[in-house]
Design a protein around this ligand. Structure first.
Ligand code: PLP
Length: 355
């Protein structure tokens, strides 16, 4: 008999995959809320800035043409803000991660991932046939520099997320420097949330030619739906990245929105102060252990409840949060809660107190 065509799908794509947040509309309909507090995906609760909206609207008029490929204006803006480091851009930081992995990892190559953390590194590496070595964080979710170096020394590529998703943990730049000094491969430092913290790693690019710093327009600039990510890379790596990338992956409308968004820093500044205030209130008022966070979310331990039970109970009160059970290596009792609009945070606080 002919084998089912299904059996042709590679085993890494047969099960699992990225875990998406529940749909706010479904929960609203099920529990009778006109609006649900959407605190599951670390999104900015405000619409994109007016400058971003206007730039995107203008860009639509030229969409009969393929987009530009050099991203000169976007790169220039990013360098004005961050310093003149080489930049690559893609369809979300996820797209950038995928291209970095594609350019470096072949079947059987080992990649070290400090975990629990963002799941997409593992999915991208698995897609290339790479082998993922999850290195557990310590009891306060800190990266143990020494064991990381031992594990990553001869790996082509390794990942650290700081501030880390989902724990919020910030790794000190000195620790990152020490790791870069002692490994032979490339470290991808995921800085999706760095704008919400008080650390900065960019200066390390001056000293090390094995550091890639990933960034996104999805969180602080409120462009998640546009899918714009970028990375600061060593000069030598830029041409390698460009050869590996999908042609035209960053579309013209999204690129224009990103350029517009970067011209209005006050939008990001307002959101950062909002996050800083609410993060403090969350830590003071949530009656459960809250891990210190440098991001626009906090992770909460609800033991003895499981994260799934807490997520369902909160959904019944009109609040959508993320259960952390799908993060390997974390245990079952955690939820991750984003800092949303004032009304969303207020509703969450009342709900968690009555849990
Ligand atoms: C949200 C997120 C990203 C991806 O962002 P996109 O630019 O939207 O693809 C990458 N890393 C971490 C840790 C994130 O939380």
């Amino acid at each position: 008999m002919k084998p089912s065509p299904r059996s042709l799908v590679r085993s890494c794509f047969q099960n699992g995959g990225y875990v998406f947040a529940g749909k706010a509309e479904d929960i609203a309909a099920r529990y009778g809320f006109s609006e649900v507090a959407r605190l599951a995906s670390n999104e900015n609760p405000s619409p994109p800035s007016e400058a971003a909206q206007a730039a995107a609207a203008r860009a639509i008029l030229s969409c009969n043409r393929y987009p530009g490929t050099t991203h000169g204006e976007l790169i220039k803006k990013l360098q004005e803000i961050n310093g003149s480091y080489p930049v690559v851009a893609g369809a979300g930081m996820d797209g950038v991660i995928e291209t970095v992995v594609r350019s470096l990892i072949a079947c059987g190559d080992r990649v070290v991932v400090s975990s629990p953390t963002f799941s997409f590194y593992g999915l991208a590496v698995g897609a290339q046939g790479g082998i993922i070595d999850y290195l557990p964080r310590g009891s306060s979710y800190e990266v143990d520099t020494e064991s990381f170096i031992t594990a990553a020394r001869d790996a082509k590529l390794s990942f650290i997320c700081s501030p880390n998703n989902p724990t919020g943990t910030v790794t000190a730049p000195e620790d990152i420097a020490c790791i870069l000094e002692n490994i032979n491969g490339i470290l991808f430092l995921d800085n999706a949330y760095v704008e919400f913290s008080d650390v900065d790693y960019l200066h390390l690019l001056d000293q090390y030619d094995n550091l890639i710093i990933g960034r996104t327009m999805s969180k602080v600039y409120g462009l998640a739906g546009f899918r714009v990510g970028y990375a600061f890379v060593p000069e030598w790596f830029r041409p390698c990245y460009i050869r590996a990338e999908t042609p035209f992956a960053l579309n013209a409308v999204s690129e224009a929105a990103a350029i517009g968004a970067l011209s209005d820093r006050s939008y990001a500044d307002r959101y950062i102060s909002h996050v800083t205030e609410w993060r403090k209130r969350f830590r003071e008022e949530i009656p459960y252990p809250v891990a210190p966070s440098g991001a626009n979310f906090v992770m909460i331990d609800l033991a003895p409840r499981t994260g799934k039970e807490a997520m369902d109970a909160l959904a019944r009160m009109g609040v959508l949060v993320r259960s952390c059970e799908s993060f390997p290596g974390l245990g079952e009792t955690f939820i991750r809660v984003s800092i949303g609009a004032d009304w969303e945070c207020e509703r969450f606080l009342s709900a968690i107190v009555s849990l």
